[in-house]
Write a protein that binds this ligand. Structure first.
Ligand code: HEM
Length: 148
């Protein structure tokens, strides 16, 4: 039993590490979109952002999201865990699904930027930039405090 507990602790450590990498990218990519859209709006050089955005998604965000899901689902499938867990778990998973949808939205936006026209205004990206931090606050409280 000690062995199972130790493995699960390692999986949880790597779950949190991958979530941190994933969130770092989720906070930064819309900020890059703000600068990218501003450069296009101001008629300035903007091609450099295309490479930065592509690399951020390919090297950091996509692998980190896959790792966060993999380690999270491993924790989820521990014997007896999901059935014994409260409503907090299902609420957390729902918020994580929304977060993953937001990730997909950002990936589609990045591709649209390649046409040289900003798909949305810099103000729009400034506003949606608030979504991941707000979701993070709720997800971490649900996972750690387990209020219901
Ligand atoms: C990607 C899909 C995810 C799945 C399937 C998932 C699932 C899980 C599961 C089953 C646990 C174990 C909970 C326990 O043993 O009580 C856990 C722990 C945790 N998760 Fe996630 N999670 C995901 C994403 C996230 C995200 C996006 C965050 C933060 C923004 C997060 C933050 C945490 C934290 C802080 C813990 C440690 C809780 C504790 O034991 O104190 N998770 N996760």
């Amino acid at each position: 039993m000690d062995f199972v507990w130790q493995i699960s602790a390692w999986v949880e450590a790597f779950h949190i590490i991958s979530v941190m990498f994933w969130m770092a990218g989720m906070y930064y990519l819309p900020r890059l979109f703000v600068y990218h859209a501003e450069a296009i709006e101001g008629g300035r050089e903007h091609r450099v952002f295309e490479k930065m955005e592509a690399n951020l998604l390919r090297i950091i965000m996509n692998p980190a999201m896959i790792a966060a899901w993999t380690f999270g689902l491993l924790l989820f499938t521990r014997p007896g865990f999901a059935l014994g867990a409260g409503f907090w778990l299902w609420t957390k998973l729902a918020l994580v699904v929304i977060l993953s949808g937001y990730h997909g939205f950002l990936a589609v936006e990045r591709k649209k930027f390649l046409s040289g026209v900003a798909p949305h205004s810099s103000r729009f990206y400034r506003m949606i930039n608030e979504i991941p931090p707000v979701l993070t606050v709720f997800i971490v409280i649900l996972a750690v405090v387990k209020p219901f």
